[in-house]
Design a protein around this ligand. Sequence first.
Ligand code: KIV
Ligand code: ZN
Length: 508
Amino acid sequence: MGATRKIDIFDTTLRDGEQSPGASMNTEEKLVIARQLLRLNVDIIEAGFPISSPGDFESVRRISELAGYDACVAALTRAVEKDIVVAADALKYAKRPRIHTGIGVSESHMRDKLHLTPDETVERGVAAVKCAKRYVDDVQFYAEDAGRSDYDFLARMIQAVVDAGATVVNIPDTTGYSLPEEFGRRIKHLMDNVRGIEDVTIAVHCHNDLGMATALALAGVANGARQIECTVNGLGERAGNTAMEEVVMAIRMHEQELDAHTDINTREFTKASRLVSTITGMNVQANKAIVGANAFAHSSGIHQDGVLKRRDTYEIIDPADVGAGESRIVLTARSGHAALKHRLEELGYSFDAEKLDELYEAFLNLADKKKEVYDEDLESLVNERDREDGALYALESVQVSCGSPLKPTATLTVRDPEGQLVTACEWGTGPVDAVYKAVDSIVRVDNDLTEFSVQSVTRGIDALGEVTVRVKAADGEMHTGRGADGDIIVSSAKAYLNALNRLMAGKR
Ligand code: KIV
Ligand code: ZN
């Protein structure tokens, strides 16, 4: 396998990403993210648009100091002298400064936004590059809305700015309009028609309006681009930009076909994603590629069985490679025996086939009521089975009616030590009191209930509730009982019966 082209990763989370509605950040927050970008080992950090606000100016200045020689720091400008002067000032302390200047090149941008002819647009672009060159060596030119521009005019514009000294030419699909193949052809057209293009870097900057920002960037790379502009979590104007984690992992998976690699430390992706999401308040969808909560979670029985036999049956990326820990087997009503057995073993339990079948049935009952069965639920299930094994009195059913202004009433059926079903109906001060009175009328054993507490086993409204009770026997000895169920009235009945069973077992 031959050496592949190095693709520069230009992160614009702090500039285009910040243009996401509701995602604005203050300077301190931008510095926190910039530190994480350095840990990711990005090549270029676009730190802001200095003329746009004093805050942006300050962010560019402080990130310039922070980055040192570790990353190039870019500042955005329009093709306007004042913007360029201010950007140069903000970049004063950068060891590797880059001015990112440019102008709209599509027919509609020139005619309706800029009111310029194509000739005037080229003139402005060239003047901006020449102006920026007075302050820094590294000047990147963006041809805004290149994705909808005329092929030959774009080549003319790029030729002019390359001749003027641009070191990087950025070809944005500003509106996310292009199809990947067509965008690739556009890059190839520049590779074939701009003199000296081999001495500059072509960058691609793609938006996700049709959900293709990653595919567009890859098409650019396949046709000669050597820099990708992207953001953490795909943050950015409207539907966002190419997501760094996606495009970098796609390149890593297909290095030879694309003749490309990056120097990104992919193990920092999960941390970067969470940090950006926390700071901006922009949640990451659960099924987001690479960094979504479900990116490495397996829920269906068939998939779980496959992954447990060999991870890559259903996973192309080792979650550890993106800092996401391990694959997650999500226990739900669709999980099979294999997944349950595996998780129980990880929790330290091992059961024979018969016991496992019993537990699987109890698990399915619970999973039908809950979206996801957590480890704590499994522990509770196992303990519940242990409590039921060999119990003198076992709960068969319980029903209560309560509320205001009803009188709380419980109807309870228990299997007694002779295997007979016995039913009692009682009322009390509340539903639990009514249930306990019904238990007392069947299990006639002297005791004092001294403690009663309910705790949620896991999170969420559908969590199991675990009830703990303590009863004092006539001889003064204390006995504890526990019961767990999705319904806390059932948990309460089970807990009390468990305590009484233990009291009677002690007596015997
Ligand atoms: O989308 C775009 O065209 C941009 C440029 C300023 C690079 O963000
Ligand atoms: Zn953009």
